[in-house]
Design a protein around this ligand. Structure first.
Ligand code: MTE
Length: 322
């Protein structure tokens, strides 16, 4: 396993996976072969052809920088990334969000910044994240349900966004909230979760250079089912921390209550760091199934990002703060 912070002479993502291969949907589908497609189709429970048609609909993002974090592991095919989702605002089935979120229009989009900041306000997405600041980062993504993917995100470090709003010394946490609009997000018409979906990070986790706000994947704007137009990506934490379709950033002195913790505090904590030594009460976290692979692989501490992030938790009992 190889994780690199991009230095000037470090490997580009394109040197590992030829970008032209994944940027051209047709070519990509051909290159990924029958096995990957069969995997996508069986996982998603829908035909491979309709899967690829939808995946081609994405709008390309141009001009982002290819750098930052790189892994030598193969990328998860875009069909799987966009058709095996958790997004309860649209559906509780893995294949549901791609279908149920099709009509969702994430534009225009504004983000409220409030709480312990010098510059609170409501910002249009275009002002919140400037296109020329975007970069691509390839991260492993590990869901608490013990499956994983490798995804090329396009976005910017959350720290770069936060600094502009000048958090006060009382800002110890950042709470993030998903859009609440049951008309546009039909899953919210049922009380499956305590809506709106809320997540939070400690301020030092939020400011960590690995933490990213993503607006795209595979060089395209985020598909609706992946959290358009703006979602969090924290690669050393379980997938549920990666809140989608964010409308509020709230800086607080108190630790926020995240949705899954509110739903079941015995099973889901605030930290949600990937940790093979702390099992979920109902299943082991020691191994995971990489989507598209048959055999399970070992789960690695902090999802393989320990060198970068272990220091954030020095001295903490990770069995208690799970
Ligand atoms: N964000 C919102 N608003 N609603 C959700 O249901 N699911 C979470 C997370 N973010 C979820 C969410 C979970 S459990 C996971 S594993 C990831 O999104 C899945 O992201 P993906 O569908 O892009 O793989």
């Amino acid at each position: 396993m190889l994780i690199k912070i991009r230095k000037d002479n470090a490997i580009l993502a394109s040197e590992i996976t030829d970008k032209s291969v994944y940027q051209d949907r047709r070519q990509f589908i051909k290159a990924s072969g029958t096995l990957a497609l069969a995997g996508a189709a069986s996982l998603a429970g829908i035909g491979a052809l309709s899967v690829s048609r939808e995946a081609r609909a994405g709008k390309k993002i141009s001009g982002y920088k290819e750098r930052a974090y790189v892994t030598d592991e193969p990328l998860t095919p875009i069909e799987d990334v966009t058709h095996y989702n958790n997004f309860y605002e649209f559906s509780t089935d893995k294949e549901g969000p791609a279908v149920m979120a099709r009509a969702f229009n994430p534009h225009p989009w504004s983000i409220k910044v409030e709480g312990e900041v010098g510059k609170p306000g409501t910002y249009q997405l275009e002002d919140f994240i400037k296109p020329h600041t975007l970069e691509e980062r390839i991260y492993r993504f590990r869901c608490v349900e013990a499956w994983s993917m490798v995804i090329p995100w396009v976005g910017i470090p959350l720290a770069n966004v936060i600094k502009r709003f000048e958090p006060t010394s009382k800002a110890k946490y950042v709470e993030m909230v998903t859009l609440y609009d049951p008309q546009r997000m039909p899953g919210q018409q049922r009380a499956v979760l305590n809506w709106p979906y809320v997540e939070g990070l400690r301020i030092d986790e939020a400011m960590h250079p690995l933490t990213m706000l993503a607006v795209g994947l595979y060089g395209e704007e985020l598909p609706n089912q992946n959290g358009a137009p703006l979602r969090l990506v924290v690669p050393w934490k379980y997938g549920f921390k990666n809140i989608k379709s964010i409308v509020t950033l709230r800086f607080t002195a108190q630790e926020p209550k995240n949705t899954w913790q509110v739903t079941n505090a015995r099973e889901y904590g605030f930290y949600a760091n990937v940790n093979p030594e702390v099992d979920h009460p109902r299943w082991s976290q020691a191994r995971e199934r990489r989507i598209g692979e048959f055999l399970k692989r070992k789960t690695v501490m902090f999802n393989g990002y320990a060198d970068e992030v272990a220091g954030l938790y020095a001295g903490m009992n990770l069995h208690k703060f799970f």
